[in-house]
Design a protein around this ligand. Sequence first.
Ligand SMILES: *[C@@H]1O[C@H](CO)[C@@H](O)[C@H](O)[C@H]1NC(C)=O
Length: 180
Amino acid sequence: MAGLSTTLACSSLLLSLFLLFSSFSAEAKDILVGGKAGAWKVPSSQSDSLNAWAESTRFRVGDSLVWKYDGAKDSVLQVTKEDYVSCNTTNPITQYKDGNTKVELDRPGPFYFVSGVKGNCEKGQKFIVVVLTPRHRYDISPAPSPAEFDGPAVPPTSSASSFKGGLVVGLGLLASGLLF
Ligand SMILES: *[C@@H]1O[C@H](CO)[C@@H](O)[C@H](O)[C@H]1NC(C)=O
């Protein structure tokens, strides 16, 4: 009896840990640019720059960037890489000036944003967000080199299933650690 209830407790703990895990990875978030109110401005130093913030933040497909600012004084321009580098604001991809801007990161890859205020991009009010491809986080095998295409086919599921196996074993160890 005791053995059975321990097994049940163990499985339900495993299940809830697994659900917790899955919900963390699936949830789309609204991400406030700069991590705090009033961050859409010319940075006071390099460490205060929005790129420093962006490099320490994880962005996933489906997440949204949110800007809060005074729409009468500033704006948000999404631009090409070239226009980002040269701070050319004459022909943005999209322009936002409502003071409460939300942009969904709807694909993997880089997004470039600059301020629409003349001169502010040059002073560092700009940043790059790089959205990871979803499979990037799970595919732990290296990309095949061209030479490998001549070799024998490797079942593509092997690395994924061993990763899953490792996860279950890891969670099992964690669960027994918590219980005993
Ligand atoms: C800015 O980009 C526009 C087209 O998008 C181009 O016509 C213009 O010459 C560029 N300005 C500079 C200073 O490069």
